[in-house]
Design a protein around this ligand. Sequence first.
Ligand code: TPP
Ligand code: SF4
Length: 299
Amino acid sequence: MLEKLFKVNQEEHILPGNRACQGCGLSLAYRYILKALGSNTVLTLPASCLTVLHGLYPITAVGLPCLNCTFSSTAASASGLVAGLAAMNRSDTTVVAIAGDGGTFDIGIQALSGAAERGTDFIYVCYDNEGYMNTGTQRSSATPAGALTTTTPVLTKQQNKKDMLKIMEGHDLPYLATCSSAYPIDLYDKFVKAKRIKGTRYLQIAVPCPPGWAFPPKDTVRIGRLAVETGIVVLFEIENGKFRLTGASKRIAEKGSRPPVSHFVERQGRFRKMSPEQLQAFQRSVDQKWNEYLRRAEA
Ligand SMILES: Cc1ncc(C[n+]2csc(CCOP(=O)(O)OP(=O)(O)O)c2C)c(N)n1
Ligand code: SF4
């Protein structure tokens, strides 16, 4: 483990002091993303907690060039950046679009699908905090059933989380991977690899959000790990169609047992009105997906 830590790029692109909440999973992940991508990188991001982290002009917390685009056009703006850099003979610069789950699963899906279908040479990152957090915890299609949000305040969200990974896999990408802010080395390695690949690369990162999920900021890493240990978040990569479990998920598969999803659920206030039926349904759907992933890993 120590040996792996030493190979992490020592450059820091997040400058001291930013406006993310205490214990923000996104800010932990973002630090390692930028270390892996390095300084020859251009970013584009829509309105989100990440724009808040970056800060308001003329102040910035991030030492890389960044375009603030409209909500629905993240991947379209990346296509423009790729074309512009090519015209300037600067195609060695990595173009990276980063949006939340609201900006990806819901509002930006059309532009993302278009860019992916065209094979635009860029990295698309969705950090998934399972809701529209910047505007005060509204439900998105990434919010799990049984969670309280400000737009599902009484009965909890009734619909299951959208399987965005399946949708993106349908675009036949050269590289697709999942990561967690609780496992930064696995995340770092995937971004280093993604940077070397050409074409559209999609990485989805599970990032716990203390105020939106209602848990103490000190528990961000614990909650992130529980999501992986229970199998709710599965760490994998698909490179040119070849599926592979990675890191902690690979170890869990080898061990052959996972704690129940209740270990994850019971630590978060957002699930305080989850019914026993919803909890059972959640466990069933996690087991079903986990078994599908295991079959693919063994194939
Ligand atoms: C077209 C448009 N609709 C709504 C907004 C208001 N808005 C700004 S950020 C945000 C939430 C973004 O949610 P998500 O993409 O999940 O990122 P997070 O805030 O969780 O980081 C919303 C609704 C906007 N800026 N533009
Ligand atoms: S609301 Fe959540 S995702 Fe947004 S900055 Fe705060 S902890 Fe991070």
